[in-house]
Design a protein around this ligand. Structure first.
Ligand SMILES: NC(=O)c1ccc[n+]([C@@H]2O[C@H](COP(=O)([O-])OP(=O)(O)OC[C@H]3O[C@@H](n4cnc5c(N)ncnc54)[C@H](OP(=O)(O)O)[C@@H]3O)[C@@H](O)[C@H]2O)c1
Length: 330
């Protein structure tokens, strides 16, 4: 095998841990180090890989590509432009409405510094974005719909779980999003309906109360929380800390993209893409790792600048040669 792709992880949380694990099943890549704002914390968990401060640019220069695993809200808008000036990067920035602005910030930095930055990848934004583009192109004019939490347990929403934990009297909480099957069927039938968010999903909350907390008051506060819960059908279950630990420890998620439209004349077509993840951050991490391979190749070809998943030929994600891809997958 030719020389391995030297990878850095920047930021060590759920996704950072997932990237560390995912790299182990990609033999063409090597984890050179984990860079963190709190290296002492990371060293407590990580013994087999060097851990550096995020300020150690000298250590970073030994790597070919950095996978940025910080949070979308506060970390990536700062860390993306900072690191793109030093090294090729991949990130999962997921603030959908701000992606064009983020791209326009990253693109000149990467171009001027002869790096490649793949932004906003993962599964949504990421593989779901790609499926929306393909669905809309292959069935022209098709409206594509995203449904989340299509398995029985639903999909764990970290943002909504965080929102529950901000309520006074809540010791811990998890929130699962469920797709509404009737809405999926309407899309499949080709109705192209105008669906409000609350007509597509409902929300299920598992809440551990602090001692002496008023359950009735907290339930009301949850179901009336603007934007997060008020518009949706919301069920609240109060459970013990033990039950939460036993039954709600992981990050299951998944969903589907559906588009239904005309094939011309009276013929209709439906396109569906579906993924199920035992762990949302582990899935995101695997997708980020494949994009690190693409970023490395694009930089080798001196195609500097910023990219999204829809800008990259799929062959760049794969460790297989072009001949192998044609023989095995076409
Ligand atoms: N596109 C997609 O499909 C997709 C899917 C899932 C997630 N995401 C994105 O991925 C981002 C990261 O998710 P995550 O679950 O990995 O977030 P997280 O666990 O909160 O970690 C974010 C950052 O916080 C710091 N951190 C983590 N644990 C810490 C602790 N115990 N003490 C102090 N600092 C800690 C780490 O930075 P330092 O090491 O520098 O301290 C880490 O990089 C999310 O914001 C989300 O936007 C995208």
């Amino acid at each position: 095998m030719s020389q391995k792709i030297a990878v850095a992880i920047i930021g060590y949380g759920n996704v950072g841990r997932g990237v560390q694990t995912a790299l182990k099943q990609n033999p063409d890549m090597e984890l050179m180090g984990i860079f963190s704002r709190s290296p002492e914390r990371v060293k407590q968990d990580v013994q087999d890989v060097p851990v550096y401060s995020v300020d150690d640019l000298q250590a970073l220069q030994k790597c070919s590509v950095a996978i940025l695993c910080g949070g979308s809200k506060n970390d990536l808008p700062v860390q993306g432009p900072h690191f793109a000036a030093h090294i090729s990067t991949v990130d999962s920035y997921d603030n959908h409405s701000c992606i064009p602005e983020y791209f326009n910030k990253m693109n000149p930095i990467a171009r001027d510094n002869k790096t490649v930055s793949v932004i906003s990848t993962g599964w949504d934004p990421g593989t779901f974005s790609l499926e929306r583009v393909l669905g809309n192109a292959f069935l022209p004019g098709t409206k594509t719909y995203g449904f989340y939490g299509v398995s029985e347990k639903g999909g764990l929403s970290m943002g909504h779980s965080d929102a529950l934990r901000t309520i006074e009297g809540v010791a811990d909480a998890r929130q699962y999003t469920h797709a509404i099957p009737e809405a999926i069927e309407r899309v499949r039938r080709g109705e192209n309906p105008d669906l409000k968010p609350e007509e597509m999903h409902w929300r299920e909350c598992y809440v551990v109360l602090e001692d002496g907390a008023d359950a009735e008051k907290i339930e009301k506060e949850i179901t009336t929380m603007p934007a997060y819960f008020a518009p949706y059908k919301t069920e609240v279950h109060f459970i013990s800390a033990e039950e939460l630990k036993e039954n709600h420890a992981g990050f299951p998620h998944g969903g589907m993209v559906i588009g239904s439209g005309s094939l011309g004349g009276t013929n209709r077509g439906t396109i569906e893409y579906h993924n199920t993840w035992d762990s949302n951050p582990a899935a995101t991490a695997n997708i980020l790792v494949a994009h690190a391979r693409a970023a490395h190749r694009l930089r080798e070809e001196e195609k500097f600048g910023a990219y999204t998943i829809v800008d990259i030929p799929p062959a760049y994600f794969s460790p297989k040669s072009h001949d192998e891809l044609l023989a095995e997958f076409l």
